[in-house]
Design a protein around this ligand. Structure first.
Ligand SMILES: [Zn+2]
Ligand SMILES: [Zn+2]
Length: 288
């Protein structure tokens, strides 16, 4: 197959767009794709100071590399969740990424707050990932606010958003609208804006980009990650109906829900849905 732009040997056939591209034309195409998406949805604004949350995986590494290409003012944040080899491998990748991009890296360790995800797993023997999400969101938000970042960017992909939606709909769960939006403006001054610059970008597109550009990442997945069933369903549909995932997400952009009254955690003072925030509840399990 030949590159549609220049006629050289193609390395990628993008069925969602009906084009094949070579290793030089692909990164250009990809960067323009992300740039257009960020602009179309106002995901990031000019002159914002961005904190890019990186995990060491291909998606957030690709995000950081594109933000650099596009000239954003940003720093990296890596949260060490204390998941043995996975965390070690991830941190190594993130350090390489920071070096390659010449962007500052901030490393925060969950154990400095009194526990790790491995501790949590031993204690609970279930749903570790909900604890992981709570911990990451808490640490990202607090660090961003205390260090004057305007927005926290995460590497969520189009498959993350669509599979999350399908899973919840199938389970009869009312969707938390915030998770489906490309950018969430804060509903309180203690909350920092959250953005998903890769909201319309697929995992495969990210993978091709990091491979072609030699961007550091680790293929090691979190051993406690939930079963990829819903992701696989999304991949299956995409295989049969190229373009499905991207079209689906465009149709999904729903009105932001109303938020209720804001409470603050009586222990740490962060925003909470009740008296004590979800993160402090986790932390309390390891006290005494
Ligand atoms: Zn080409
Ligand atoms: Zn708290």
């Amino acid at each position: 197959m030949k590159c549609k732009r220049c006629g050289k040997k193609a390395i990628a056939h993008l069925r969602a767009y009906g084009i094949a591209l070579c290793e030089e034309c692909y990164p250009e195409f990809y960067i323009r794709l992300v740039k257009r998406s960020i602009k179309r949805y106002g995901i990031l604004k000019e002159n914002e100071r961005v904190l890019a949350a990186v995990s060491g995986g291909k998606d957030s590494s690709a995000m950081a590399a594109v933000l650099k290409e596009l000239g954003y003012d940003f720093e990296l944040l890596y949260i060490d969740l204390g998941i043995e080899e996975y965390s070690e491998e991830s941190e190594k990748a993130v350090r390489d990424l920071s070096g390659l991009l010449d962007v500052s890296l901030n490393v925060l360790r969950l154990r400095d707050y009194g526990f790790t995800i491995s501790d949590l797993r031993r204690k609970w023997r279930r749903k570790t990932c909900s604890g992981c999400g709570v911990a990451k969101r808490y640490i990202m938000n607090r660090f961003a606010r205390e260090n004057n970042f305007n927005v926290v960017a995460t590497g969520h992909t189009v498959e993350d958003v669509v599979s999350f939606y399908l899973k919840n709909i199938a389970g009869g769960i009312k969707i938390w609208a915030e998770k489906l939006l490309p950018r969430n403006e804060p509903f309180d001054e203690k909350i920092v804006t959250r953005a998903k610059p890769m909201f319309e970008i697929s995992e495969r597109e990210n993978m091709l980009f990091v491979l072609v550009r030699n961007i550091p990442f680790t293929p090691v997945e979190c051993p406690y990650a939930p079963s990829p069933e819903w992701k696989e369903i999304v991949y299956d549909i995409e295989r049969k109906k190229p373009g499905f995932t991207k079209n689906f997400i465009r149709g999904l952009l729903i009105e932001k829900g109303e938020f209720g009254e804001v409470n603050y955690c009586r222990i740490c003072g962060e925003v909470a849905s009740g008296d004590v925030c979800a993160f402090c509840k986790l932390r309390m399990r390891f006290e005494g």
